[in-house]
Design a protein around this ligand. Structure first.
Ligand code: HEM
Length: 534
């Protein structure tokens, strides 16, 4: 084919895309009140806006922070095909949006489609009254009393890991240390813990047993997400059918869903049989799902269909990925900062023994452990941002007035139904405006200083947005904190961690289900550390 022909075809293709862009922008134009015209960075591409750029940027959170400094706590970003996102970092605006999540701000349809395709219609998917009912039914299983009982599960997993590590170290040539890929082991601890605590299902992953579920998680963590897959996710908000494209990643997700649903279904059967066979209360299943079924059988208001209970298999993923990543980041930071690792070890050794749930939860019994955990959650939130869709027109109040694109100074903005708002968790957690000039440094000492005034305006857990906030705040927050602290305390008391090539080893991020740390140059999400037995 001649180059003139190719040129003509290319031009026609671009023209078709541009016309589609205009048509989509017209079809999806907001109805009712217009969204306040906001300032924001100029688009790097007429068709793709910032969509592609954001995917390729090393850390878009840094730019979000710079744009917030330039345009204020609310600004807008142009995306592909004329879409826009309103970025929020103004505390009053954030609090307003969090707190109205059941009535105004909902998950985007594309996100819900992914969730329902992967897990079914559980609490992560549900909206409005259905969300309220499912959440109410699940809440008792996450109460302080319930988590107190589950703490032994976390210690059991940690000590099981310890016996494997001790064996590996003993058989190594060095006899007191060896290099261990710790992320894989944090996965094992987190999956076995949520398996037992949540579903009475022991994956025996710490023992090295592979199952279809672990194979699926593994596949997702090893394969690098292609730009095409990331783009499909990004523009699926306009073209939801794109999510049905059977990419390698989607096929793995579908397999995972089938396997998780089978496990949840088997457990459901087992628990119902226990009830029918009159097994005494104290011997019945105490897992999260077990308690859920018990609540359902005693309180008609909390009734869930079989499909809904099975869909709570989402807890397995929510509980596994996030906690495992957070634990790995803590080990990365403590290897980068040997003096902090030593200080933490001294606190734990002086304390002696395994802290109880009450001691883990208090801020005064093990203050340095608390500060290391908080600082890890601040610097490395498992979810970097949460987008929401305005399901109706709204007015968002602001703590600090902004100047709009038309030059007006306003202390609230109007948002049209259909507008996507985004809470950039990582950018806010690391923002100098909130956390001071050392915001980008891992500095646990900050938790012993007074929290800056601006930061105090942020709600969330200890002013961190890592667990989100409002009626959709992380349900497993208490579970995650207890597990994080229990496992870290066992590891740091018993081992010293360091990077084989020194504390300045470069760390990158690997996109899996959520982003994970990896040592630069490794294939997949791998963090090999030298582990020395103490
Ligand atoms: C460090 C660990 C964890 C972090 C950082 C974390 C973070 C989050 C965040 C940011 C959300 C809100 C997501 C959104 O609405 O888009 C969320 C929701 C949720 N998390 Fe966690 N999570 C963690 C651990 C856990 C654990 C261990 C469990 C369960 C055992 C869990 C269960 C849930 C559930 C069920 C929801 C959905 C709540 C709802 O929509 O009402 N999470 N989590």
């Amino acid at each position: 084919m001649s180059s003139a022909n190719l040129g003509l075809r290319g031009f026609l293709l671009l023209l078709a895309i541009w016309l589609c862009t205009k048509l989509v922008a017209y079809l999806f134009r907001p109805a009712g009140v217009p969204t306040t015209k906001l300032r924001g960075p100029p688009s790097p591409s007429r068709i793709l806006g910032f969509t592609r750029y954001a995917m390729q940027a090393a850390d878009i959170s840094v730019e979000y922070e710079q744009w917030a400094a330039l345009y204020g706590g609310v600004f807008e970003i142009p995306l592909a095909f004329g879409m826009k996102q309103v970025m929020l970092s103004d505390p009053k605006a954030l609090n307003h949006c969090y707190n109205t999540e059941r009535s105004i701000y909902v998950r985007t349809e594309s996100e819900r489609q992914v969730i329902s395709a992967m897990f079914g219609r559980g609490v992560l998917w549900a909206e409005g009254e259905m969300h309220k009912r499912q959440r109410k039914a699940l809440t008792p299983a996450f109460s302080n009393a319930a988590i107190r009982k589950l703490t032994s599960v976390f210690y059991d997993s940690a000590y099981k890991l310890k016996s494997f590590w001790d064996e590996t170290i003993e058989s190594s040539s060095d006899a007191d240390s060896t290099v261990i890929e710790v992320q894989e082991w944090m996965n094992r601890v987190a999956l076995d813990s949520i398996g037992i605590a949540g579903f009475s299902h022991d994956f025996h992953y710490i023992d090295g047993k592979e199952s279809p579920v672990t194979a699926a998680f593994h596949a997702l963590e090893l394969t690098d997400t292609s730009l095409l897959t990331k783009m499909i996710f990004a523009v699926a908000i306009l073209f939801p059918f794109l999510q049905k494209i059977p990419t390698e990643r989607m096929r793995t997700f579908w397999r995972l869903r089938k396997d998780l649903a089978t496990i949840a279904g088997q457990l459901l059967e087992h628990t119902r049989r226990e009830k029918e066979n009159g097994i005494a209360e104290e011997h019945r299943d105490k897992s999260i799902i077990g308690l859920l079924i018990k609540a359902e059988l005693t309180d008609a208001e909390l009734y869930m269909t079989q499909e809904e209970v099975v869909a709570q298999n989402v807890l397995l993923l929510a509980g596994y990925e996030t906690t495992s990543v957070s634990l790995t980041w803590a080990l990365v930071e403590l290897s980068r900062h040997p003096e902090m690792q030593q200080k933490l070890r001294e606190e734990l050794t002086k304390f002696g023994g395994d802290p109880t749930w009450d001691q883990l939860s208090s801020t005064s019994d093990l203050p340095y452990l608390d500060s290391i955990v908080l600082e890890t959650l601040r610097m490395h939130p498992a979810l970097k941002k949460t987008p929401r869709l305005a399901s109706q027109d709204d007015v968002i109040p602001l703590s600090t007035p902004i100047v709009t694109a038309t030059g007006e100074t306003v202390s609230s903005i109007t948002v049209a139904k259909g507008t996507v708002i985004v809470e950039p968790i990582r950018a806010i957690n690391r923002s100098e405006a909130f956390w001071g000039p050392d915001a980008k440094e891992f500095n646990p000492e900050r938790w012993f200083r007074d929290i800056p005034l601006a930061t105090r305006e942020l709600q969330g857990y200890r002013h961190l947005l890592t667990f989100h906030d409002g009626p959709r705040t992380c349900l497993g927050k208490g579970f995650a904190l207890a597990e994080f602290k229990a496992v870290l305390s066992v590891l740091i008391r018993n081992y010293a961690f360091e990077f084989p090539r020194g504390p300045d080893t470069k760390i990158e991020e690997h996109t899996a289900i959520i982003d994970r740390p990896k040592v630069a140059g490794e294939k997949g999400a791998k963090v090999p550390l030298r582990v020395r037995r103490l």
